[in-house]
Design a protein around this ligand. Sequence first.
Ligand SMILES: C[S@@+](CC[C@H](N)C(=O)[O-])C[C@H]1O[C@@H](n2cnc3c(N)ncnc32)[C@H](O)[C@@H]1O
Length: 294
Amino acid sequence: VTSDPDAVAWSAFVAEAERRLRDAGIEAAPIEARRIVEAASGHEGSEFHLGMREPATTRGVAHFDHLLERRLQGEPLQYVLGAWGFRTLDLFVDRRVLIPRPETESVVDLALAEIDRCREAGDRSLTVLDLGTGSGAIALSIAAERDGVEVWATDVSADALDVARSNLAGLGRKATRVRLAQGSWFDAVPGELRGAIDVIISNPPYVAATDELPDEVSQWEPDLALVSGESGYEALDQVVAASSSWLRDRGALVVELAPSQAAAVAANALRHGFRESEVRRDLTGRDRAVIARR
Ligand SMILES: C[S@@+](CC[C@H](N)C(=O)[O-])C[C@H]1O[C@@H](n2cnc3c(N)ncnc32)[C@H](O)[C@@H]1O
């Protein structure tokens, strides 16, 4: 091993990134600095600390500069890195899709519990539908975490479906159980699935046009993924009104929503063919989902 006395160790770049991110007002500067250096250096996870003693390479430093500059311009870390963890998956993400959120991870738990409940009713293969799949976070998690399930994933955005398709390619053998389809809500779903779906899950856009969002969200994430319309209920109302006729008896709809929308959506489900509905909280204790059963 030859040692170059001029070479700067990666640890100096962690310190530099942390300082510049903090100066830019980024709260999670230490974590973000680490993530940027991990991506630039290739020293990730358990190798990180040892790797930081290594000299940085010219190519690695160019990559570091590029990533840090993008972040300092206000681009969300997830897009800068081009990848983000969601449950068991490492998803490719860019500006064509919503950044998958931790609260959605807990909504997937609710859907998995409904899938398991449907499974108890018989030994057949189950059909699950994810409406507005974006990066594919929900649909691909279900395919990854449950066997014997066919998952349909839809989106009105062809761009979003391209991202979901890239993520599907990373799912290996389980990818054969996922179907992608383009169209507005149920228009994308083949007619023969009417009355044959066990669980419908959706994280639709649920922000009202007049709601204020942080700049990092409104300036970078797709409007189509965030804003539903004047009231914020437009997409939720469409999904709730149509779902019951696509579900089997005893099937369930699981929708993510804003805490302030939960009670109204749960009541609305009872007017649209559902036998029962309940509001469920996320890990921070906020009302985050409605489950409605046929
Ligand atoms: C809040 S994002 C959710 C993305 C992903 N399911 C997740 O949880 O990370 C909403 C998604 O719904 C899609 N969408 C918006 N309007 C739609 C429509 N009319 N029909 C189908 N999908 C729609 C958007 O393109 C976006 O991907």
